[in-house]
Write a protein that binds this ligand. Structure first.
Ligand code: GUN
Length: 288
């Protein structure tokens, strides 16, 4: 019988812990602020940014939104980031991706001060994750690791297959699984024999961005299946990268969409923002 992983409940517990930490900082006279930049009018980005602001309000983090028009130049955006880097009262900065095509995404990511990079996308934070010596973890992979921990899922020595090699999910996920002693395989669009590789997995992490891409014939009986996708099916209904209905009965644990990985991403962002605040105020937090 599959256990359905309740991401909403775990995320709620993380948010409660963050709220207590924010309160503790407040009692020491330290406020916690997240600056959120959105460029252009991408509908999905607007929903994500609204959800991030709502989560901030819930846990007592101050959020500042910088909504810029699609015509914003790269220099204007870099100028804003510099101003936010220089402000000591801003602890975390994130620029919602994607940015318009005329802006170099990598230049933006790497302009954010690594100490305020709560997405953990900056090249120096990515390098720190490689080495297992980090302050911030990228929100979705860290959220998945927290779900695995909360459900006592054994990772050591297990075959973990990650489908998708994005900088945001696939690559850092592989590192975190490796740090947890899993044997990791990363599959992508050029992978040969995908079905056979996935069929051998004890843990499958699907981050492809294609509705119901992972089907029942690819899954080993008793596998753990983590679904990172948020897509619409042919009827416009929200669905993941996994054909949930048919895959679920084969699994030992599975994350639903919605209510699985999604809520954890934002909860981790809140946690990262508090970590940034604590690091910036280390003197006060350690000596008071
Ligand atoms: N776009 C899609 N996911 C993310 C994310 O986690 N952070 C940012 N900044 N942009 C995104």
């Amino acid at each position: 019988m599959a256990i359905i992983i309740d991401g909403k409940a775990v995320a709620q517990r993380v948010r409660e812990s963050v709220k207590a930490q924010v309160e503790e900082l407040k009692n020491k006279g330290i406020s916690t602020t997240l600056a959120v930049i959105i460029v252009g009018d991408d509908g999905a980005s607007r929903v994500y940014v609204n959800n991030k602001k709502k989560a901030c309000a819930e846990v007592g983090i101050i959020s500042e939104e910088y909504a810029l028009p699609a015509s914003t130049t790269q220099d204007e955006l870099l100028c804003l980031i510099k101003m936010l880097n220089d402000r000591s009262d801003v602890n975390g900065i994130l620029c919602q991706l994607p940015v318009p095509d005329h802006i170099d995404e990598s230049a933006i990511i790497n302009a954010i001060s690594p100490a305020k990079d709560v997405d953990a996308f900056h090249r120096s934070n990515v390098g720190a994750i490689m080495l297992g010596d980090y302050s911030f973890l990228p929100c979705t992979p860290a959220g998945i690791m927290e779900l695995i921990k909360q459900y006592d899922i054994d990772v050591k020595g297990k075959n973990c297959v990650i489908i998708g090699r994005s900088n945001i999910v696939g690559k850092p996920m592989a590192m975190l699984m490796l740090h947890s002693d899993a044997t990791v395989t990363v599959c992508h669009s050029k992978t040969k024999n995908l079905k056979e590789i996935v069929k051998n997995a004890d843990i499958v992490i699907a981050a492809v961005g294609r509705a119901k891409f992972v089907t029942a014939d690819m899954i080993k009986e008793g596998a753990v299946v983590i679904d990172v996708g948020i897509n619409r099916d042919e009827n416009g209904k929200l669905c993941g990268d996994v054909d949930y209905e048919n895959v679920m009965p084969l699994t030992s644990y599975i994350t639903p969409v919605p209510g699985g990985v999604g809520p954890m991403t934002i909860a981790t962002l809140m946690q990262n923002t508090v970590i940034a605040s604590k690091l910036a105020n280390a003197f006060f937090t350690e000596n008071n």
